[in-house]
Design a protein around this ligand. Structure first.
Ligand code: URA
Length: 235
């Protein structure tokens, strides 16, 4: 695929088109080891080896990141008031990235950021019922009756009750620790399920989606690319 050098670099997130044009004119880009100063020069995106500031740039159509979303940022591309998960990506930002799915502002944990709209659609479409696993702290003593209510499905004020869900009690006290597995992705679903039972979620973290597990080495706010195996799992 032949493409202009400035477009290639801008599409891969090296900067805006005009930033990249300036950079190229200043000699920051090289193609197959040769400095190229003409932004309009056409390169073969499949064959050429491109570097920018000496960093090799590999063209991949689709990119997939796993982020451990921290509390306090919103799952959006842009927001005029709040910091977004995309604001946390440093360095180059590939065009067209978006979070596949949402976690509430105060929820932490596994979030996929990608430019692959088809994958997001497949993962999130209501018919898919991809399992989502959450670790939570609940105000109050979570009981076996609560677990039974989760297993039966709970009326949270929507047209239909939730699908049966799994509630595993790790410890029960004034604040209880639980793991919850749900098969849908309704708005504030976990919080609303507990609220329907008169209890409040005070900490929530997603730990898995389908067979994809949150990488425990990622601190809140950190992210990494998915491995080939992980991408396969998602697909
Ligand atoms: N359920 C919630 O209530 N909040 C989330 O962020 C995710 C699931």
């Amino acid at each position: 695929m032949m493409v202009r050098l400035d477009k290639y670099l801008a599409d891969l997130g090296a900067g805006t088109r005009s930033e990249v044009k300036n950079g190229i004119r200043k000699g920051r880009a090289a193609v197959d080891g040769r400095i190229v100063k003409r932004p309009e020069e056409k390169i073969d995106a499949d064959l050429c080896r491109v570097t920018y500031d000496g960093i090799p740039i590999a063209y991949r159509k689709w990119v997939y990141y796993m982020m451990n979303k921290p509390a306090g940022v919103v799952s959006a591309v842009k927001d005029h008031k709040e910091r977004t998960v995309l604001d946390l990506l440093d360095g180059w930002k590939r065009k067209g990235l978006f979070p596949a799915g949402r976690l509430d502002k105060d929820t932490e944990g596994l979030l996929i950021i990608t430019n692959d709209g088809d994958l997001a659609h497949r993962m999130l479409s209501p018919g898919k019922h991809v399992d989502k696993v959450y670790y939570a702290h609940i105000l109050g003593n979570v009981s076996a009756e609560d677990a039974a209510a989760f297993a039966a499905g709970i009326d949270i004020g929507d047209d239909k009750p939730t699908l049966p869900a799994k509630l595993e009690i790790l410890s029960a006290d004034e604040v209880s620790e639980v793991m919850v597995t749900i098969h849908e992705g309704r708005y504030h679903q976990v919080k609303r399920m507990f609220l329907a039972l008169g209890k409040q979620v005070i900490y929530l973290k997603r730990t898995a989606m389908g067979s994809l597990l949150l990488d425990q080495t990622l601190a809140p706010g950190e992210y990494r690319e998915l491995t080939k195996e992980e991408i396969k799992q998602l697909c």
